[in-house]
Write a protein that binds this ligand. Structure first.
Ligand code: ZN
Length: 168
């Protein structure tokens, strides 16, 4: 199941372990402006796919935001997040009430970060794709064999359903 994350979700992203994570270029810029850690940027670069939403979906989101009265509260980045979720049929991860409201109007699934299954205690580690040696710190290449280093969770637990947080 794909997930689209907004900036607040990505900034909490070191605790997230989701399959198929996406964000928009706009959101990525917001995250970079918040002085993210090297570990977080490494996680985003290896695990989050950056995509532009379609113009058609952006139009749909703006129309829906007009209906719900959220148009003034949504930033262009917020609109992009919702539009990308339409394109990918994805669940949105956000704590922003206006995003959730418009997502609801459009029949999209969403989840807040406080949802217990979402906020995971994942410790990230780094593993060589060549020899498999694990490291505590991110590095460009393996000092042993020179292969690429991948960000990988030290402990794994999948999130079963992130779409149940619609009752608040
Ligand atoms: Zn190696």
């Amino acid at each position: 199941m794909p997930f689209v994350l907004d900036a607040s979700a990505l900034l909490a992203g070191k605790d997230l372990l989701l399959e198929e994570m996406f964000c928009t270029p706009h959101v990525l810029e917001e995250v970079k402006g918040k002085d993210p850690t090297i570990q977080l940027m490494s996680m985003i670069e290896t695990r989050v796919e950056v995509r532009d939403p379609s113009d058609e979906s952006v139009t749909k989101v703006n129309e829906a935001a007009g209906r719900t009265g959220d148009a003034k509260r949504l930033s262009p980045a917020d609109v992009g997040v919702i539009a990308l979720a339409i394109d990918l049929d994805a669940t949105i991860i956000t704590d922003d009430y206006s995003i959730q409201n418009v997502a609801n109007e459009l029949g999209l699934d969403y989840s807040g970060l406080s949802f217990p299954d979402i906020k995971r205690k994942v410790e990230w580690g780094y593993r060589c794709v060549g020899c498999g040696k694990r490291f505590e710190e991110p590095m460009d290449e393996c000092p042993i064999c020179g292969s690429r280093i991948k960000t990988t969770p030290k402990s794994t637990s999948r999130i079963s359903s992130a779409s149940a947080d619609r009752s608040e």
